[in-house]
Design a protein. Structure first.
Ligand code: GLN
Length: 488
């Protein structure tokens, strides 16, 4: 794990390199290497160079902050004014929003430089990024494997050194799972910690924008900048996180209570289990207290997630009707046929499957049996998690039950695919924060991710716990060759 933001920021402020020069380096690396990874689906190089010029002016004036002049990417479902934002769906091909998401306006105000939009599963529905209408991004650790999903393009770009950091969205694991597959760090903040304004909705009660980076410190710096209440998002919360990045250096895990829920380790392979439990030993050796717990409610998380996420998606995706934006067939006889054909031709199979499932669980006659029941079970999950956090400061668990799938694995049954989300979805259902940290490679050379989970608004605690690991453990995942290396 490598820190990039602070060293790059130092190089910029000492004028060792200008933001324009740094941006040009990323642009030429993307031009040369993106075809290998398919991480970016559109680029905004002209805008990036303009932003870089502005950043250089900020540096010259002495108004620079930690992220000034540093390039980054947005997932293809995060709006920026005038730039293609398509959710990697044919139905939104060519769509350019006319406003900035709150996260991007905050970063822009700090002089961030956006290089482009990154690949993802269509409408963020998937765990491999293979449902993208632009084809799948590839895993820089091994290009015969997927990046994970749905923020796979961002994870690929960061792991391949084609961006110092990326923003993604996490509805059921889409930041953490691709981070674990690509051997980088991924943070899913508390629901409400980061504004969702300008994030194209999938499951609104679960969606949260998160950070993908090569180190915990970088992740904290970006989180410090994008978090905060926003009048444009009524679900955002006014909570003072302070400046977490600055507090990381004096991290001590003495007395930290770490819960290990046995259910989290039931269906994962022995190699991954051993790797994560070894990592836990490092905390124990440094004074943390390990508490064995049971969280039987975890078993209910997957059906609860797929009912609620699909129900919300079926409602959110109702707006794509060929009238207001995006794809519309060339010929049709009447409005009804136009809408029908727009949706039939514009959406991919997985999105259609979820719209149908969601419509079914919300329909009269099935609403009580599925949607209402899922909402009740969600309450159980929330209260059981609350109770756990009365005795534990954090939970440590795998991020996913497996390392990166080989390409085309999503050809397996949809249910098999859904099952692989078992470790991440409980976090979105309960709204708590979690971070995935790479710990080592498995015997096939694919990274294993460890998930650190905390109670609501405990970002500082989980980032510190993750930072402790980053600082104390040996780096057993390493860096991918190519792209822009820190030595430049
Ligand atoms: N894999 C999960 C799904 O398919 C999570 C996706 C996400 O977090 N956006 O719904």
């Amino acid at each position: 794990m490598r820190e990039l933001i602070t060293p790059l920021s130092k190089m910029l402020s000492s004028r060792e390199i200008s933001s324009v020069e740094l941006t040009e380096k990323y642009i030429s690396a993307i031009e040369n290497e993106n075809q290998k990874y398919n991480a970016y689906v559109s680029t905004t190089f002209d805008k990036a160079l303009e932003n870089a010029k502005l950043a250089d002016e900020m540096i010259a004036k002495g108004t620079a902050t930690a992220l000034t002049g540093i390039p980054m990417t947005l997932k293809d479902n995060i709006c920026s004014d005038g730039d293609l934002t398509t959710c990697c769906s044919k139905i939104l091909r060519g769509f350019r929003p006319y406003y900035d998401s709150t996260v991007w306006s905050k970063l822009k105000a700090q002089g961030a430089v956006m290089l482009g939009k990154t690949n993802m599963d269509e409408f963020a529905m998937g765990s491999t990024s293979e449902t993208s209408c632009y084809g799948a991004p590839l895993n820089p650790r091994n290009t015969n494997h997927v990046t994970g999903g749905s923020s796979g393009g961002g994870a690929s770009a960061v792991a391949a050194n084609l961006a110092p950091y990326a923003l993604g969205s996490d509805t059921g694991g889409s930041v953490r799972q691709p981070a674990s597959f690509c051997g980088i760090v991924g943070l899913k903040p508390t629901y409400g910690a980061v504004s969702r304004y300008g994030l194209i909705a999938y499951g609104s009660s679960l969606d949260q924008i998160g950070v993908l980076a090569q180190s915990v410190k970088d992740t904290a710096i970006v989180f410090d900048t994008i978090s905060g209440v926003d009048a444009n998002d009524q679900t955002s919360v006014d909570f003072d996180f302070g400046n977490i990045a600055d507090t990381l250096d004096n991290t001590d895990v003495k007395g930290l209570k770490i819960g290990i829920a046995k259910e989290y380790f039931e269906n994962i392979n022995e190699e991954m289990k051993a790797a994560i439990l070894d990592a836990v030993k490092l905390y124990e050796a440094n004074g943390a207290e390990i508490i064995d717990i049971s969280l039987p409610v975890l078993k209910q998380a997957l059906p609860v997630y797929y009912i609620i996420a699909c129900a919300e998606a079926s409602s959110n995706l109702g707006r794509y009707d060929g009238i207001r934006y995006g794809y519309r067939p060339e010929s049709y006889n009447d409005v009804e046929e136009m809408i029908l054909r727009t949706r039939t031709e514009g959406f991919g199979d997985e999105v259609k499957r979820r719209i149908m499932l969601g419509t079914y669980v919300l329909s009269s006659g099935y609403y009580d049996a599925y949607y209402k029941k899922a909402c009740l079970l969600r309450e159980n999950l929330i209260s059981d998690f609350d109770e756990i956090f009365n005795t534990c400061d954090i939970l440590i668990a795998p991020t996913a039950p497996n390392t990166a799938f080989p390409l085309n694995y999503s050809g397996a049954s949809p249910v098999d695919m859904y099952l692989s989300d078992i470790a991440t979805v409980p976090i979105n259902i309960t709204g708590v924060p979690a971070i995935s940290v790479p710990i080592k490679n498995d015997s096939n050379g694919l990274p294993i991710g460890m998930q650190i989970i905390g109670k609501k608004f405990s970002e500082k605690t989980i980032l510190k716990a993750a930072y402790f690991y980053e600082k104390t453990a040996e780096d057993m995942v390493g860096n991918v060759e190519g792209g822009v290396q820190l030595g430049l």
